[in-house]
Ligand binder design. Structure first.
Ligand code: UDX
Length: 449
């Protein structure tokens, strides 16, 4: 919404949220999310045609178009728990819009939703008291975190799904302020909703495919980066999303695939469901393979050994930790009673503790006394990568932050216990250089040739 306000000075954008602290943060110098370039965009439009407020009803009344952008997490209880999307917030949003509208409006689904959600949104809106006309459109967002500003400025495409051409063109006119018309794809509403889930499923599938090959590389002596480079030059395959890693994370991939799996099961397509579910199964395997590899390499025990965890965010240039592979690997290592010293340039200690506590708490969310003690005593946070590695038995690289490449590895080596192990979960470090310095380095998908 900040980008729309930035590119369309003639449009007033009101961003509303029920949470006053969140709105206060959006109105401050320190935004609640870390995203390169975002602050400048917000700053230029804020106070001009971009407002952050908790006045939900007034904003709805004054608007011609409402974007529903609430979160749709995976359900944790009831039917479809662990797979289906929780649509509680979308539904509440639709009801609030219905209650507070006194003129016709275009309603845009920006949240990622299962196919046919627009139908429910339409029904809720049309059950409102008056004869107000609501047109519902689907307009999924394809930006990736860390590169959001560029992705928004130069999108590969804008997708608008709907059944009313006039409403579709109203929304297209907003984007036409900066996006060429031929990049604006118009489809029916179900295709649009399904395209978002499909895009994320395809992207995640590429990562799981190369990660599956990484295991085979390790067994055979091949090098996964060389294999990815070789296949990526085939123009039909292309080079992107072929970087083998400790496993994908983020708020979208796993959630959207599980959602797709749930939809397939719901529509009586178990084979299709199983096919896509395997992408998540492979990702879980990759995360587990990484932590087991650490334990095996360190003489089958990490108990009471200090391990430096470099990076906690699910990718670089974000402070987002949702579904980050780091949380799972740390959980596994803590179960083995390792002592962890975690460093991430953007993630706070509170967030790290919250994430670990949540994952270790399991389904009922309760930590045992032992788990609580391990969390309190075995998890520390450092203020730099070097400090985290001081007197550590091993370094595990979990996020591909650029600063990790430029560390003074000679000094780090000298400060570590020996043998000094490095487990590069992102293949970003110069393995040859580190080996020469004396490190024992294990990278993803690099067999001993
Ligand atoms: C993703 C989609 O890319 C985006 O279009 C959608 O709108 C939201 O979901 P995001 O989750 O922000 O975006 O980041 P993305 O760059 O896709 O990375 C997702 C995860 O996959 C990260 O953990 C990343 O490290 C990992 N990844 C990505 C790899 O392991 N290898 C790759 O080659 C690419």
């Amino acid at each position: 919404m900040a980008m729309i306000a930035h590119q369309c000075p003639d449009i007033d954008v009101h961003v509303v949220d029920l949470n006053p602290e969140r709105i206060a943060a959006w109105n401050s110098e320190e935004l609640p999310v870390y995203e390169p370039g975002l602050y400048d965009v917000v700053k230029q439009a804020r106070g001009r045609n971009l407002r952050f407020t908790t006045e939900v009803a007034a904003a709805i009344r004054e608007s011609n178009m409402c974007f529903i952008s609430v979160n749709t997490p995976t359900k944790t209880h009831g039917i479809g728990a662990g797979r289906a999307a929780n649509l509680e917030f979308v539904e509440k949003c639709a009801r609030t819009i219905a209650e507070n509208s006194d003129s016709d409006k275009v309603i845009v689904e920006k949240s990622t939703l299962p196919v046919r959600t627009a139908e429910s949104v339409k029904r809720i809106l049309s059950s409102s008291k008056s004869d107000i006309k609501f047109d519902v459109l689907s307009n999924p967002e394809f930006l990736a975190e860390g590169t959001a500003i560029d992705d928004l400025l130069k999108p590969d495409r804008i997708l608008i799904g709907g059944d009313n051409a006039t409403a579709i063109e109203k929304l297209a006119d907003v984007y036409k302020h900066w996006v060429p018309n031929d990049k604006i794809i118009r489809t029916n509403i179900w295709s649009s909703e399904l395209s978002k889930l499909t895009a994320n499923a395809f992207l995640a599938q590429r990562v799981s495919s190369i990660n599956a090959i990484s295991a085979l590389c390790e067994a055979t002596g091949a090098d996964v980066d060389e294999v990815a480079g070789a296949i990526g030059t085939d123009s039909r395959i292309g080079p992107r999303f072929l970087k083998s890693s400790v496993g994908f994370g983020g708020s979208c991939f796993q959630k959207d695939i599980l959602n797709l799996v749930y939809l397939c099961e719901h529509f009586g397509l178990p084979e299709v469901a199983k096919y896509w579910e395997q992408v998540v199964v492979m990702n879980d395997y990759q995360k587990r393979r990484f932590s087991t590899g650490i334990v095996k390499t360190m003489f089958n025990t990490v108990s009471d050994k200090k391990i430096a965890i470099w990076g906690f965010a699910f990718k670089k240039d974000t402070n987002d930790t949702r579904e980050s592979a780091a949380i799972y690997v740390c959980r596994d290592l803590l179960e083995e009673r390792a002592r962890l010293t975690i460093y991430d340039p953007q993630v706070s200690i509170e967030q790290i503790r919250k994430d670990l506590e949540y994952l270790m708490g399991g389904v009922d969310g309760q930590l045992t006394d032992t788990q609580r003690r391990v969390l309190n005593e075995n998890v520390n946070v450092a203020s730099s990568a070097e400090a985290a590695a001081h007197e550590a038995h091993a370094i595990a690289v979990m996020t591909e932050w650029d600063e990790f490449r430029d560390c003074d590895f000679k000094t780090i080596y000298d400060s570590m216990m020996k043998p000094a192990f490095v487990f590069d979960g992102r293949n970003i470090l110069d393995a040859e250089k580190l080996t020469k310095l004396g490190f024992e380095i294990s990278s993803i998908g690099k067999g001993e040739g």
